[in-house]
Design a protein. Structure first.
Lengths: 1006, 437
């Protein structure tokens, strides 16, 4: 009893001090105590590798004095006997927003619409862009939050790393304990790490709107910080702080494995190894994640099962969602198995009480207890550089530890106490007798009853039963305070009304309660409850056991993904109609041999050798389709349109290998796509050429050795005729011209300065790209519509000394075909689009034919994920409108785009030595009746119409299995979420979005 | 002026555009048929699923007199058109389009297809149908000769009419006024993958949908009761416009895509004694028996579409119409938009490529469409007594590779196949030709 009383005093009196000094005055007399405690006879888990049995822990004030077995307790220590109990280091969360005021996001329109805020609205000598706020220091804004601290302590945490989760460069985090002392006394380390993310957070600036913009801004900031140190004209607090933080640990909050890879790539570019906080889907690309070498911080939040009872609604859940539900709990195990160092965080849990249930789920799915413990103690301590203070139980460290009934990870374990900085916090009372059982209850004036006490903490729930004549069964209100109990129940009759009992434990063997009784009629008396037998009911497990992850990984993770990637084969396509796109033209009854990813031979009666022979009789064999203008396979927006020039952003940074449109377009014979920035501004971003290698990682999709391109745009989109606030320059075609003149003028001056002063010039990623254009190292594809603007850009190019490689869309190309021809500019257009904007009022389907006839390299492109999968038919329209010869028409979607992308040496025709990017069609590919039956990229059949039918079937079986499993989980009481239908995201030239706002929205929706 | 040119010259003139080029404003509607015409030697694609090889089509006063195999041409003063080796198709019908109600999508002043308000049963498309639009001429030259301009927006959008595409104004364009009332079944909106999730919960969204359905039900119930009143005290123009829907003289088209929504929409209409036509029907293939048992016609929108769900068969949008038609459902195939209608033939071609017999695929843009619009007595196929609305193509008109419309007749009138695009083509091709010399 004494101990309990002491604990009560400690919890409620915050002015009690251990032998320590403080600057804070005390109101009244000082109450300074020795704070010396000895915890004896315990199983002490010093760290994940060392456990002492029957050991003693000595603490003094907030410091551990000694840990060991067979130790004598010196005089002056309060002894707490922990026989049969465990001591663990308190947990550490490396990623928390504890004690940070909620960030008020700036009012933006629906979905984060633009406000045309071009530079920082923050007063002071800070960075031009508000999302770069390294000057933020948690130590200056942190204030302990008692309620939240209590919540975290109950889970078992003793210290956390506090991060201000706002902005792209977020400033410095701090590690604090969860003690309820004054703010001055909880700091473990005031500067733990510099923090970053892709989310601009509360910044009022339009820029960046996209993920690639966030990446570009961060990259530019590194260069700006380097430059800042060398110059004397500008004072910039943000850049100064950014520079100072470079030697600290660097924590990057990314979301999902793809962003882990993206973040890591930026880090490597600047010689940094980020510690990356992700979302728990890393198992989907574990080898790529491992290759980053990054230490990860991983949440213990797992997806809830979907409510799939209604089959029509269940249809809306994707295979990816279902499989993620099944496999995410095995993510920590996968990380451990891969040898990736990681910490676990409670961040992102809907309810912190789920922490232990989820960690046990992870353990059941293969995570070792040792790793689990390390991931919540030593790993976060080492990440934060506070291993000298917390994370294990050693002499000299801070007295942050847990007392538990059992192994921490065992189901049913109870955390009794969480000591933080030598201060005791009671989670569950330790010395409370277990009073659970069945009792004979005798109450004056009532016939004999049975009392059942069950529940956690040694008894918290009661029920009353009477057998025989007046048989009754009812629950009772049961409350307990130490040895005192009060029990209320209502038997409805004999007697009517509430029966109230109030008494205390009078004997331990057998357990006996005695006390007063009061009936509804006002009569009072006595009651006695005597232990009869143990309750047969087993305690309810706190979570239904999840069935283990048994599914296989798919690449990509979802529909049409491959359990194993299709392999490169030696294949002989035999006896087809072969469209060579070479001088041989269309060969009848001819063969194509594919070997080692290349075309080995094209001709008649080729010897098969070891090749797998595919009979192509009656079929057409063509080079793969090349889409000059595509917006598939991108993440986080394809327009960075907040400024009129965004040459610094790179589609290469945001390639999304999981986009189902890759597979859909393979089904339409597409093998190479040029992924372009959108057309929201005169100079857009750098594009990325990809091959549709379905299942490979983002990096592996990239077309190696191809020239770099950049998107330019003219007309209604760049002058924002149909969207935006109308405040961003330019708003006329006149202004568009001057955007180019100004940009190229600056680029020339920049190049000159660079060659004169070298590294002392501020590196400008935007101008770098323009200089590349001037040096013929980067090539322009320009979105264009009407003849005046086309003419204008040709003039601007001539006067500024740059070349235009391609006009894309170019719907009035037919009006200036002679000028394009004279300048050697290619035209990539739509076959028959018009009337959707004023600038296409005179777009005609004969455009392709006219440009072709004038001698321009002419292509048809998609700009549309749907149309891209039938570009062969679009080529067929060149036959319909203007009678272009079939062979030439088909080149519009194969050889000609290859030429304009400078890859005709590798793809675009069927010729020995070129890449084995080949399509087998059921009929003449220009015909509406043609289907792509097989599509090879590098000799790998990524699309096979017969295999597709099998894949669909297998997918249905896998989904049925998962639905069954979800139904079982629900019937066992597992929590579910309502299916929310998700339509695939599609981009075209004009798609505008706000990546950061959506990230934030998504977080709030969860 | 063009109709008097001798037929054998016509195709020459039109395909080469060699004599005169007209500015768009001068593409005049053709004069009434003055002489009986016989098209001989053609492969006649009737539109009802059959073919007549070596067929002879005799037509006068705008109507088809006879369609025969290897038929003799009776009178001497019949104009003969030798179409041997060529194909004749009924004029294609563009169902549920905003053709003529919009000129340029991004220019607000040209948008006349979407009124404000939720229950716009009184709105009628025909009065806004613009015969001077530059778009119809670009459709005719691909074989699209009729259309159903349709209002959009709100829950009940208003009435469509059926028009032919060679007219001075909407009065003479009309084939059938107010053929169908159009409405959209209220559904819970879908969200894009990954981001842009709703700020409100799924439950709240579902409730919102239910509220919309309740309002719709009240509207129909009150309109129906109103229609049974002899003389209402206060005239309600919205309810007045619903009368022909309840009496069955005007069809009811309901846009619904999800399987549940299709079922709900049909059951809703049945409660009011109406057999609706379902438009959209993306998931129609999941409720085939239901559609058959209820005798529902379906307008499949846009076979050239991406699947709605990530996991769906990549080619399902191509297959849907074929699956439904092969199950015995009356299927119409359409395409979204207005200028896009020139690709309507290729929608039918796609449906054929993915499983439907070619002649049946043709029916989906001809006779089946005429049926759901209630104009199949006068048009939709090349049969005796119907309007002489058809065209001659050098090749298979459902395939872009071979679609080559050489001559077209609307109600017997030999129409001008020129259009803005051909004119601009000629203007600039001539320029470059001249520069070469």
């Amino acid at each position: 009893m004494k101990k309990i009383l002491l604990a009560v005093v400690l919890v409620f009196s915050t002015t009690v001090l251990f032998a320590q000094q403080t600057t804070y005055p005390v109101n009244g007399s000082y109450d300074t105590r020795p704070g010396m405690f000895a915890f004896t006879n315990a199983t002490i888990v010093v760290n994940a590798n060392q456990t002492l049995t029957n050991a003693t822990l000595l603490i003094k004030g907030q410091t551990i004095q000694a840990v060991g077995a067979g130790m004598a307790v010196p005089k002056g220590y309060v002894v707490i006997d922990l026989k049969g109990k465990f001591i663990y280091p308190s947990l550490i969360d490396a990623f928390s927003s504890y004690g940070i005021p909620e960030v008020a996001t700036q009012a933006r329109g629906f979905g984060g619409a633009r406000q045309s805020v071009f530079v920082s609205t923050k007063k002071g000598a800070y960075n031009w862009n508000e999302a770069i706020r390294p000057e933020t220091s948690v130590k200056t804004i942190f204030s302990a939050d008692g309620k939240k601290a209590d919540e975290l302590r109950k889970v078992g945490f003793g210290s956390v790393n506090v991060i201000n989760r706002d902005g792209i460069a977020r400033g410095v985090s701090a590690a604090v304990t969860l003690n309820d002392a004054t703010d001055n006394n909880v700091f473990l380390k005031d500067q733990t790490a510099a923090n970053y993310s892709f989310n601009k957070g509360s910044s009022a600036n339009d820029y960046p709107t996209s993920l690639m913009g966030s990446i570009a801004l961060l990259r530019q900031t590194y260069y700006d910080a380097q430059w800042y140190g060398k110059q004397k004209e500008e004072y910039n607090i943000s850049l100064e702080e950014f520079g100072k933080q470079q030697n600290m640990p660097q924590i990057f909050e990314a979301d999902g494995w793809a962003n882990v890879l993206r973040a890591d790539k930026i880090g490597k570019e600047f010689g940094k190894q980020y510690i990356i906080k992700s979302t728990g889907d890393e198992y989907q690309r574990i080898s790529e994640v491992k290759a980053t070498g990054a230490t990860l911080i991983i949440p213990l939040a797992f997806p809830k099962a979907y409510d799939v009872e209604d089959p029509a609604e269940a249809r809306n859940i994707t295979l990816a969602q279902m499989k993620a539900w099944e496999m995410a709990p095995a993510n920590p195990a996968a990380l451990e198995k891969a040898g990736i160092k990681f910490a676990l965080t409670a961040f992102g849990l809907e309810n912190s009480r789920d922490f232990w249930a989820n960690i046990r789920t992870a353990i059941e799915n293969g995570l070792t207890e040792k790793q689990a413990l390390q991931s919540v103690t030593e790993v976060p301590a080492s990440i934060l550089g506070i291993s000298d203070k917390v994370g294990s139980l050693e002499k000299g460290k801070v007295a942050n530890f847990l007392i538990s009934s059992d192994n921490l990870f065992k189901n049913g374990n109870i955390i009794f106490e969480n000591w933080v900085q030598g201060k005791r916090f009671i989670v569950n009372k330790m010395d409370v007798a277990d009073v659970r059982g069945i009792y004979n209850l005798n109450v004056d004036g009532i016939s004999a009853l049975i009392l059942k006490i069950t529940g956690t903490g040694g008894g918290s729930v009661a029920a009353i039963e009477r057998t025989g004549v007046d048989s009754v069964k009812t629950t009772a209100t049961f409350s307990r305070n130490g040895d005192w109990v009060s029990i209320n129940f209502n038997l409805k009759k004999n007697p009517k009304g509430d029966v109230r009992l109030s008494g205390y434990l009078t004997a331990a063997n057998p357990l006996t309660f005695k006390g007063e009784s009061a009936l509804a009629d006002g009569s009072t008396g006595r009651f006695t409850a005597t232990f009869k037998e143990a309750s047969k009911e087993t305690p309810k497990p706190d979570e239904p056991k999840p069935s283990l992850a048994t599914g296989t990984l798919l690449y990509p993770f979802g529909a049409f993904g491959n359990a194993e990637l299709p392999k490169q084969e030696t294949v002989l396509l035999k006896n087809g109609t072969v469209w060579t796109n070479e001088k041989e033209g269309i060969l009848q009854n001819a063969d194509v041999l594919l070997e080692n990813g290349k075309i080995k031979a094209v001709g008649k009666n080729l010897p098969a050798g070891n090749a797998k022979v595919i009979d192509a009789t009656g079929k057409h064999i063509t080079p793969g389709i090349i889409d000059e203008h595509s917006h598939i396979a991108g993440s986080g927006g394809i327009n960075e349109g907040a400024q009129s020039v965004s040459a610094e952003v790179r589609i290469a940074d945001i390639i999304n290998s999981e986009d189902v449109n890759i597979y859909r377009q393979l089904a339409g014979g597409v093998t190479t796509s040029h992924i372009l920035h959108g057309s929201a501004n005169p100079i857009g971003g750098q594009s990325q050429l990809i091959k549709l290698r379905w299942g490979k990682s983002p990096e592996e999709l990239k077309f190696a050795g191809a020239d770099g391109f950049i998107k330019f745009a003219l007309g209604e989109n760049v002058k924002q005729s149909n969207f935006g606030t109308g405040l961003r320059f330019p708003v006329t075609r006149m202004g568009v011209e001057q955007t180019y003149i100004d940009e190229f003028t600056r680029a020339k001056e920049y190049a000159k300065a660079m060659s004169a002063k070298g590294n002392n010039v501020r590196r400008d990623l935007e101008l770098d790209a323009i200089v590349e254009i001037l040096n013929n190292k980067r090539f322009i594809t320009c979105h264009s519509y009407v003849q005046s603007e086309i003419n204008m850009l040709i003039h601007a190019a001539d006067s500024m000394g740059f070349k235009i490689n391609t006009f894309t869309h170019i719907l009035e190309g037919y009006k200036v075909a002679d000028k394009m021809k004279a300048h050697g500019i290619a035209g990539s257009t739509f076959s028959d689009w018009w009337a959707y904007k004023n600038e296409v009022a005179e777009a005609i389907p004969y455009n392709g034919k006219i440009m072709h006839n004038v001698g321009i390299t002419t292509a048809f492109n998609s700009d549309d994920a749907e149309m891209a999968r039938r570009l062969n038919q679009e080529a067929g329209k060149a036959v319909l409108y203007g009678g272009v010869p079939e062979e030439e028409a088909f080149k519009f979607v194969t050889l000609n785009p290859a030429k304009m992308l400078h890859i005709d040496g590798k793809v675009g025709s069927l010729k020995a030595g070129k890449d084995a990017d080949v399509v087998v069609w059921s009929a003449d590919p220009l015909s509406i009746y043609a289907k792509a039956e097989k599509t090879f990229v590098d000799g790998v059949a990524y699309w096979d119409i017969e295999k597709d039918a099998q894949v669909i079937k297998a997918q249905q079986i896998e989904k049925a299995r998962l639905i069954q499993k979800m139904l079982e989980s629900k019937s066992k009481g597992g929590r579910t979420q309502r299916p929310v239908s998700e339509a695939p995201r599609l981009y075209n030239c004009e798609t505008l979005e706000n990546y950061s706002a959506e990230l934030t929205e998504q977080e709030h929706a969860h | 002026m063009r109709t008097n040119i001798k037929p054998y010259m016509l195709s020459l003139v039109l395909s080469a555009c060699s004599l005169i080029c007209f500015a768009q404003a001068n593409i005049s509607p053709a004069k009434k048929q003055s002489k009986t015409i016989a098209i001989t030697g053609a492969t006649v694609h009737v539109g009802n699923g059959t073919i007549i090889e070596n067929g002879t089509i005799l037509f006068g006063n705008g109507k088809i007199i006879s369609v025969t195999t290897n038929g003799q041409v009776p009178q001497d003063d019949v104009l003969r058109i030798n179409a041997s080796g060529k194909h004749v198709y009924p004029g294609f019908i563009a169902a549920t389009t905003n053709l003529g109600l919009i000129e340029i999508e991004a220019v607000k002043a040209t948008l006349d297809f979407q009124e404000i308000g939720d229950f716009n049963s009184h709105i009628r498309s025909i009065v806004a149908y613009n015969t001077d639009s530059k778009v119809p001429a670009t459709l005719r030259s691909n074989g699209v000769l009729m259309a159903q301009p349709t209002p959009q927006g709100g829950v009940v959008s208003g009435s469509s009419s059926v028009v032919q595409l060679d007219a001075w104004n909407w009065e003479d364009a009309v084939i059938k006024t107010d053929d169908a009332m159009h409405m959209t079944w209220p559904v819970t909106p879908r969200f894009r993958g990954g981001f842009g999730r709703p700020q409100v919960s799924a439950e709240a969204l579902a409730e919102r949908t239910q509220t919309a359905i309740n309002q719709l039900t009240s509207f129909f119930a009150e309109a129906k009761a109103y229609s049974e009143m002899g003389k209402p005290e206060v005239i309600n123009t919205r309810f007045e416009a619903m009368k022909p829907v309840f009496s069955g003289t005007e069809k009811l088209f309901i846009a619904a895509d999800g399987q549940k929504d299709i079922v709900a929409a049909v059951n809703f209409a049945k409660k009011f004694g109406i057999t609706p036509v379902i438009t959209g029907a993306d998931e129609g293939y999941l409720v085939i028996d239901f559609l058959k048992n209820n005798n529902i016609s379906v307008v499949v929108k846009q076979p050239h579409a991406l699947p709605n769900n990530n996991d769906d068969d990549v080619n399902m949008p191509y297959k849907n119409a074929a699956i439904l038609a092969n199950a015995g459902i009356n299927v119409v195939v359409s395409i979204d938009g207005y200028w896009q209608q020139r690709n309507l033939p290729f929608m039918a071609g796609t449906v054929s490529a993915w499983g439907l017999d070619k002649e049946k695929a043709l029916s989906t843009i001809t006779l089946n469409a005429a049926k759901v619009m209630g104009v199949d007595k006068t048009t939709g196929s090349i049969e005796n007594g119907k309007d002489a609305t058809f065209f001659i193509s050098a090749g298979d008109a459902l395939d872009m590779k071979t679609n080559k419309v050489e001559q077209a007749f609307i109600q017997g009138r030999d129409i001008n196949l020129d259009n803005l695009h051909k004119q601009l083509d000629k203007k600039f091709s001539d320029k470059y030709e001249a520069e070469k010399k």
